[in-house]
Design a protein around this ligand. Structure first.
Ligand SMILES: [Zn+2]
Length: 245
């Protein structure tokens, strides 16, 4: 069966999201219709924490993935001069993107001081729209960190005012996410090493302290979905069904 983007988006019952898109024949067909995926995150490292395996699967299939960070991580970089954190963490984000064959963009806010006002909603919406995404990923809004909550609201606002065009999925980031009940899962068993490398690219964030918990979570999500390891998502219920790899 040929799976074009149009038929995928137009028929919510076409194929379960955890189905066999990874099979070579179907993957090749999906690859010919290149999708633009934007994975947003509050800080450098957040999109990688929640979605690096899924990003690797997308780019392996030939899709175009952008990691859009709300800020450059100005607030914290272990072992670095605080005045240089933005430069250091921008470099780490770009290294992670290289590992995942993705592209980095930055929304220009300041780490720890996320602003939600009309101007910032407008600016973020314009930035997101400029990428013309087919699928957008955002952090789940119930979160312990203000920047994560702000990022989620900025994406939701842009999606609503833009007519809900791209598929919209929410993701989790380990200890910060609260009350998250995912419904869609992506098998990351074969790309876990790249997920790990992308997270460890953020060396200033001391990945040894938090990556083991990441593995516990992806294993737990794998248990829920029948895979070795999985990343978990929740689609906005008014969103069309996008293509998950
Ligand atoms: Zn964060």
């Amino acid at each position: 069966m040929s799976i074009s983007r149009r038929t995928f988006f137009g028929n919510a019952t076409a194929i379960p999201l955890v189905s066999s898109l990874a099979e070579p024949e179907q993957a090749a067909r999906v690859s010919r219709d290149r999708l633009k995926i934007v994975v947003t995150g509050g800080h450098p490292g957040d999109p990688e924490c929640g979605c690096a395996g899924t990003i690797a699967r997308y780019t392996d299939l030939g899709h175009d993935v952008v990691l859009l960070y709300l800020n450059r991580g100005e607030g914290f970089c272990k072992g670095g001069d605080p005045s240089q954190c933005a430069t250091l963490r921008t470099g780490e984000a770009e290294k992670a993107c290289k590992i995942l064959k993705a592209r980095a963009r930055f929304a220009g806010q300041y780490d720890g001081r996320a602003i939600l006002d009309n101007q910032h909603y407008d600016d973020f919406a314009r930035l997101l729209e400029s990428e013309k995404p087919d699928v957008v990923f955002a952090q789940w809004p119930m979160d312990q960190h203000r920047d994560h909550r702000a990022l989620s609201m900025l994406v939701l606002d842009a999606w609503l005012r833009g007519g809900k065009k791209p598929a919209l999925y929410f993701y989790e980031v380990a200890e910060d996410t609260m009350m998250f009940s995912p419904a869609d899962f992506v098998d990351i068993s074969n790309v876990e090493s790249r997920r790990r490398a992308a997270c460890y690219a953020h060396a200033s964030q001391q990945p040894d302290k938090w990556y083991p918990l990441q593995v516990e979570i992806t294993r737990f999500r794998g248990t829920q979905s029948g895979y070795g390891q999985a990343e978990a998502f929740l689609r906005h219920w008014e969103s069309k069904r996008g293509v998950l790899p």
